[in-house]
Design a binder for this molecule. Structure first.
Ligand code: HEC
Ligand SMILES: [Cu+2]
Length: 447
């Protein structure tokens, strides 16, 4: 009680100068700090990016002010209330101060309410459904994203049909193609665990939720609209990454959003060529397989020499796979082995690896829905990967369909993708379903 002088804040000219300098440095410091934001952040490639960055800016300034205020008070207290030489007394104890309590409850409450309101505004603005989405040629197409360990697959359910009337679906692998001003609305599904589709340049991120896909799954939606960036050359690509740790290949789950300058460039460089390739696939199954294999996510787990985007190490390199295919499983021919390793990879696990490969079977067997015709083409291609292939490549049009029939019981329509004239032949369903038997179709093909 006697000696409380040490505990009283003595405001000297020095204290005022120190406080003033501190305040100045803080204010200048916060502003200087926020100038780094554009440097640290990727370019603002979507309309949503602007409001997200503005929100970030406000949060940073409020956070900065609070940080410097508290650190400053702490610093002033440490200096002003330090124990003077020879002073052994206890500090004074102070009790509740109603006004202070009220003030420091109300101010943070107001700050939190303010932040909630502005954040909610940005969120609801950015996630609001748009009226005309995914417009291509004036009609909307559905764009689906599938997340699977460890790759993204994008498919476009287009507004075009094959001559037989089947809707054309473009599979663009790990790339999403869009153009400036297109209101993108993605439907996201996962075939296994939770993934998160994140496009930093667009400032959008959305989780993919597992669920029973056969009953429609639990798709989630993601919306954004690409905008022009000054000085950018189009088409421009922005990375897609997975933002949910989903297994040992999580870091491989990447892709790109390819933004075209306008709809014309989008149609010319992506959409029309993709549809053309689907309507006119190469008749040679090997060439077709080389195209089809790139529509799947094999590249995220395997290496294969001619392709430079095959970077995966979860599985063995596929280089030379035809040279060893007959030696893997006793009693299985090279074709039977390859057919099995794609549709039902779990049946045999290559020594030194674990059973991490998805089974790429059709809808009845798996979620990947790889048709027997695609399997046939992929295996025809893999059969050529090697020095002295174990496959019977002379007779691939009969041997591979026979292997698919033996192992899985599916028939293959090997006229799939042939010239319309060649495959017409009174046959209505050349798209898939394998309704023709291998022998019937090989007759049709040999015409
Ligand atoms: C999630 C990772 C993953 C993906 C995606 C993947 N694989 Fe595999 N693959 C593996 C692993 C791991 C093995 C070895 C274990 C096994 O045999 O199941 C393997 C083995 C194989 C083998 C056997 C290789 C050998 O040396 O005997 C073939 C052939 C193959 N994969 C083809 C494919 C094709 C074609 C695709 C795309 C349609 C694909 N894989 C996609 C992980 C993957
Ligand atoms: Cu993932």
């Amino acid at each position: 009680m006697e000696n409380n002088t040490n505990n009283r804040l003595s405001i000297t000219p020095t204290t005022i100068v120190v406080a003033a300098v501190y305040l100045l440095v803080s204010v200048v410091g916060i502003n200087w700090f926020t100038t780094f934001v554009p440097v640290v952040f990727p370019p603002q490639a979507s309309a949503e990016a602007r409001s997200v960055d503005e929100l970030f800016h406000v949060l940073l300034i409020i956070g900065g002010i609070i940080f410097f205020l508290i650190q400053g008070m702490l610093l002033i207290s440490v200096v002003a209330f330090r124990a003077r030489r020879g002073d052994q007394s206890e500090g004074s104890s102070s009790h509740g101060n109603m006004i202070l309590e009220v003030v420091w409850t109300i101010i943070p409450a107001l700050v939190v309410i303010f932040l909630s309101v502005i954040s909610f505004n940005v969120w609801s603005q950015n996630t609001e459904p748009k009226i005309s989405v995914n417009l291509v040629d004036g009609t909307p197409v559905s764009i689906n994203v599938t997340g699977a360990r460890y790759a993204w697959t994008h498919t476009y359910e287009t507004n075009r049909t094959t001559p037989e009337g089947a809707p054309i679906v473009i599979n663009s692998g790990n790339r999403l193609h869009t153009y400036i001003g297109q209101n993108v609305d993605l439907t996201l599904r996962t075939t296994d665990v939770i993934h998160s589709y994140w496009v930093p340049a667009m400032r959008v991120k959305q989780d993919l939720l597992p669920g029973d896909l056969t009953r429609g799954g639990r798709p989630t939606e993601l919306r954004f609209t690409p905008i022009r960036i000054e000085g950018e050359t189009y088409p421009a690509a922005y990375p897609i990454v997975c933002a949910e740790l989903c297994g040992d290949g999580h870091g491989l789950m990447t892709g790109a959003v390819v933004v075209y300058e306008d709809e014309t460039q989008f149609l010319e460089q992506f959409y029309e060529p993709a549809i053309h390739a689907i309507l006119n696939p190469p008749a040679d199954p090997v060439l077709r397989g080389e195209l089809v294999i790139q529509e799947y996510i094999c590249n995220s787990c395997h290496i294969l020499e001619p392709f430079d985007d095959w970077v995966g190490r979860t599985g063995p390199a596929l280089d030379g796979v035809a040279d060893r295919a007959a030696d893997r499983v006793p009693g299985q021919s090279a074709e039977e082995y390859l057919v099995t390793s794609v549709w039902n990879a779990s049946a045999f696990v290559v020594p030194g690896y674990s059973d991490q490969m998805a089974n790429f079977g059709p809808a009845e067997m798996d979620n990947y829905n790889m048709s027997p015709e695609e399997l046939y083409s992929i295996v025809a291609y893999l059969c050529t990967v090697g020095e002295q292939s174990d496959c019977d490549n002379e007779n691939s049009t009969t041997v591979i369909p026979a292997a698919i029939k033996t192992v899985f019981g599916f028939d293959v329509d090997i006229t799939f993708g042939m010239d319309q004239d060649e495959s017409a032949d009174g046959e209505t369903d050349s798209e898939d379903d394998g309704e023709m038997s291998a022998s019937e179709t090989s007759e049709a093909a040999s015409e």
